[in-house]
Write a protein that binds this ligand. Structure first.
Ligand SMILES: NC(=O)c1ccc[n+]([C@@H]2O[C@H](COP(=O)([O-])OP(=O)(O)OC[C@H]3O[C@@H](n4cnc5c(N)ncnc54)[C@H](O)[C@@H]3O)[C@@H](O)[C@H]2O)c1
Length: 259
């Protein structure tokens, strides 16, 4: 079974930086033409140039922009084989500190965005003989986390969307899977980092309580995405793959290892 993307065309959302950029680089190394999409035009253009792909501005909440993006990819390359729904926004805030407008905005980008993407891409993938859709969720789609009300909800919704779409599209040769990383671009926490300073040690300790302690590098997340986007994972659909050092496997208690 080959794990390459020669002659294949992939759209990656939120690919101007962080995990999305790593995914664009990985798919491109495998031979894919990658359509790098994001709302960050300057960074996105630079990534597209670096990977030999093309850049398209795409706000994932815009249904019309999705139709144009898929249409342009097919007009230029004749097919669409893979879609990676990676773009997302974070909001850190308890229930009390999350207003309804913010909650809706997070769901709009993180859940409705991938819905619009799957809806736009599926007919073209079907016409291309099938395809693979990979969503980037989070371990917060598998567990709960305090202070992440909107984000957790959006990522659980994304996982549900993937299961439903996997059931609906399997007979059209389209697989829909989800990667659940326990990390990504630290820049995502930018707006909250100052307020996190008083409990930074507690936050860092959290990554040490995993079966495999430490950070999860974005290029490892990109490998998991590439596997689910490739023929190597052909029988897999509706799968949630944690890429998390065992974060959702359980909580490690140092003393218990001495018993
Ligand atoms: N950063 C983490 O610790 C972490 C942990 C688990 C999962 N994730 C997930 O990994 C994925 C990638 O995030 P990242 O860590 O690289 O963070 P990031 O902030 O660097 O990447 C998110 C990208 O999405 C883009 N984006 C935001 N809103 C958009 C919109 N409306 N339309 C199009 N693009 C938009 C941003 O411009 C950015 O380039 C996300 O799905 C995120 O939820 C991140």
């Amino acid at each position: 079974m080959r794990m390459d993307f020669d002659g294949r065309v992939a759209i990656v959302t939120g690919a101007a930086r962080g995990t999305g950029e790593a995914i664009a680089r990985r798919l491109s190394r495998g031979g894919a033409h990658v359509v790098v999409t994001d709302v960050l035009e300057e960074h996105g253009t630079a990534v597209a140039e670096a990977v030999g792909g093309s850049f398209q501005r795409l706000d994932v909440t815009d249904a019309g922009a999705w139709e144009r993006c898929v249409g342009d990819a097919v007009a230029a390359h004749g097919r669409l084989d893979a879609l990676v729904n990676n773009a997302a926004v974070l909001h850190m805030g308890t229930l009390a500190n999350t207003d309804p407008e913010t909650f809706r905005r997070v769901l709009d980008v993180n859940t409705v965005g991938p819905f619009l993407g799957i809806r736009a891409a599926a007919p073209t993938m079907k016409a291309s003989g099938g395809g693979a859709i990979v969503n980037v969720a989070s371990t917060d789609a598998l567990t709960g986390m305090n202070g992440l009300t909107a984000y957790c909800s959006s990522k659980w919704g994304l996982r549900g969307l993937a299961r439903a779409a996997a059931m609906e599209l399997g007979r059209e040769g389209i697989r829909v899977n989800t990667v659940c990383p326990a990390g990504g671009n630290p820049a995502m926490f930018g707006p909250w980092i100052e307020r996190m300073v008083p409990f930074m040690q507690e936050t860092l300790d959290y990554t040490q309580r995993r079966a495999i302690p430490g950070e999860v590098p974005v290029d490892r997340i990109a490998e998991a995405v590439a596997w689910l986007a490739s023929d190597a994972s052909a029988p897999c659909t509706g799968v949630d793959l944690p890429v998390d050092g065992g974060a959702v496997a359980g909580t490690w208690i140092a003393g218990f290892n001495t018993l």
